[in-house]
Design a protein around this ligand. Structure first.
Ligand code: SF4
Length: 258
């Protein structure tokens, strides 16, 4: 992950308080750089052959992301405040890439029963309509609960949740709570540990860059919008597989595509 090609993906926090892609300003450890390079060259050399392989490789990448972050956590001995049922971060803006949207959509399509699926689609569409008029900056602090969040504060698609959710962590529940309760106040206080954040980015971003090298769209899209399109428009996956932009506005479509 050299400076020119490195990015940071931090939903809801960071200098602008926004999920961003920007040049990374931190040096990375050799093993983190090696993980990025390996992910990139593997994905470039062996891009998935079909839709099922895309999903399998995406979920498998999530496992490597968790492992590298676990190494960083063990090395730094950092303690996190995150606990099951604490869901402040699930009210932030989340941005995902097409390969993640298709994996998440497939999980919903195959693991949820018909009633659950229909209710979920309605919630996703409601959120999509609420988010459409907001700028990304306004959405970050709008306090809109993710459609996949259940009443106990748990993710209903935990096994297929995107990289942004997997990477995100907090060292202080007070910082998260304050940001949630006072959406006007500037974000202050330390949330993520830099080494852990960089480890997560190395895997997710390396994999994405390899797919980009192989000719696939790796743009970031707002979660609800991407998920709704992945669930309801089969043309999106076909477009993606042909190397085109996965999610595009259709005539008469008022919602944002990013
Ligand atoms: S996908 Fe799951 S983990 Fe991510 S914001 Fe939504 S509910 Fe939270």
């Amino acid at each position: 992950m050299r400076a020119a090609e490195a990015e940071t993906l931090t939903p809801g926090v960071g200098p602008s308080g926004l999920a961003t892609i920007s040049p990374m300003d931190s040096p990375v450890l050799p093993e983190v750089q090696a993980a990025f390079d390996r992910e990139r060259s593997d994905a470039r050399a062996r891009p998935p052959a079909d839709a099922a392989a895309f999903r399998t490789q995406t979920i498998s990448m999530y496992g490597r992301l968790a492992a590298l972050q676990a190494d960083a956590i063990a090395r730094t001995r950092v303690e996190f405040a995150c606990k099951r049922g604490c869901s402040y971060c699930c009210h932030l803006r989340v941005e995902i890439r097409p390969h993640e949207a298709f994996a998440l959509a497939h999980y919903i399509a195959t693991k949820f029963d018909a009633g659950h699926r229909a209710r979920m689609l309605r919630r996703i569409e409601e959120n999509r309509q609420r988010i459409a008029p907001l700028s990304p900056q306004a959405h970050v602090r709008a306090g809109i609960a993710c459609a996949l969040l259940d009443e106990h504060g748990a993710c209903t698609a935990y096994e297929a949740r995107p990289a942004a959710c997997r990477k995100y962590h907090s060292m202080s529940v007070d910082v998260c709570r304050n940001a949630f309760n006072d959406t006007e106040a500037p974000l202050t206080g330390e949330i993520e540990h830099e080494d852990v954040r960089l480890a997560g980015n190395a895997v997710a971003l390396g994999f994405a860059k390899g797919l980009e090298d192989a000719g696939y769209d790796i743009a970031l899209y707002e979660l609800h919008d991407a998920l709704h399109r992945a669930l309801t428009d089969p043309r999106s996956e076909r477009r993606y597989r042909r190397g085109k932009r996965a999610f595009v506005k259709q005539p008469g479509d008022a919602t944002a595509s990013r």
